[in-house]
Design a protein around this ligand. Structure first.
Ligand SMILES: NC(=O)c1ccc[n+]([C@@H]2O[C@H](COP(=O)([O-])OP(=O)(O)OC[C@H]3O[C@@H](n4cnc5c(N)ncnc54)[C@H](OP(=O)(O)O)[C@@H]3O)[C@@H](O)[C@H]2O)c1
Length: 292
């Protein structure tokens, strides 16, 4: 089996490569079938997914059985001022991989986001709920999903949220650094979602990759909280002397609008291969213990 992973320097891509190399994640061993797999990790300098010709040539040469696509332009505020770049990477990049995978009959595991939802509800979104993104990031990611559905028959789309991993920047690392430097933080309390450890998501991606249970999945940490709750838990687990105060979103000046409630229900996982995603506090505690 040959597995191609895009964006392999990023939080999720690097975690997938590590788990494949080690044969296990924090959730347990991955299938024996992966032991002999050839792992090909690429990032933008090896393969720019927004270039259709390059993607077609690369995939036709390597002929992977499974392509995992965590590559994306993930700067949510940056997408507002760089709309063409966001569209090229998040929408066209996904389309290009879908076309190339269909051409050689490969499975495509594509990663999407909770920000495809408007976020004005109170009940966690299920896979069949209607999308209506409120930011350029969310809109370009949704179009990427649609292209994957349209151009590739053997697809998995996994929507995740509030992701943190050992490589790259994320909210957990930002809060730890700021808490140590400032001793006081103001964090928004009117946006709710699901913190997700990249290790858990990677484990489920690899579990799905061996199946033919195609479709759209929600895959986030169990339980929900606000960014304020998340920050308080990070500071607590890291044992840093720092007070955290709740503020409303209108006090923080950001380019992109965020959903106020984007919690996801992992219904499809539960009903297919099983939902082993850890409770968000448990997975966070393990991460902070290893990171700090
Ligand atoms: N982070 C979150 O909180 C979050 C939440 C929900 C969903 N997601 C989704 O989860 C996936 C993984 O996120 P992540 O946090 O692991 O992302 P990440 O750390 O930003 O990694 C993305 C990787 O893709 C690379 N990349 C950017 N443009 C590319 C291009 N044109 N061709 C090839 N590679 C390119 C990036 O390189 P550079 O660093 O050089 O740009 C980076 O190494 C993404 O699809 C994201 O939309 C993330």
């Amino acid at each position: 089996m040959k597995i191609l992973i895009t964006g392999c320097r990023g939080q999720l891509g690097s975690q997938i490569v590590n788990i494949l190399k080690e044969g296990a994640s924090e959730l347990g061993p991955i299938s024996e079938e992966y032991r002999t797999a050839e792992i090909i990790g690429v990032d933008i300098e090896d393969l720019d997914i927004s270039n259709l010709k390059a993607v077609n040539e690369f995939i036709n040469k390597v002929k992977p059985d499974v392509v995992i696509n965590p590559a994306a332009y993930t700067n949510v505020d940056g997408c507002e001022s760089n709309q063409d770049l966001a569209f090229k990477v998040n929408s066209l990049g996904s389309r290009n991989l879908a076309i190339a995978c269909e051409d050689i009959g490969a499975k495509l595991i594509h990663i999407s986001t909770d920000y495809v939802f408007e976020g004005n509800g109170t009940v966690p979104y299920k896979e069949y709920d209607i999308t209506n993104p409120v930011s350029v990031y969310g809109k370009t990611k949704l179009l990427g999903e649609n292209y994957v559905r349209e151009f590739c028959s053997r697809y998995f789309i996994l929507r995740t949220a509030w992701l943190y991993g050992y490589n790259g920047n994320n909210f957990v690392k930002t809060i730890i650094k700021a808490a140590k430097e400032k001793g006081h933080l103001d964090v928004v309390n009117d946006q709710r979602g699901n913190p997700t450890n990249a290790e858990d998501l990677a484990h489920h991606i690899l579990k799905l990759g061996l199946t033919e249970e195609y479709g759209v999945y929600h895959c986030t940490g169990a339980g929900e909280c606000s960014w304020y709750d998340f920050a308080k838990a990070i500071v607590e687990y890291a044992g840093i002397e720092c007070t955290v105060s709740p503020v409303t979103s209108d006090k923080i000046n950001r380019a992109a609008r965020r959903p106020s409630f984007s919690s996801l229900d992992n219904m499809m996982l539960r009903c297919s291969v099983g939902d082993e995603m850890r409770e968000w506090r448990q997975a966070l505690g393990v991460f902070v213990g290893k990171y700090k």
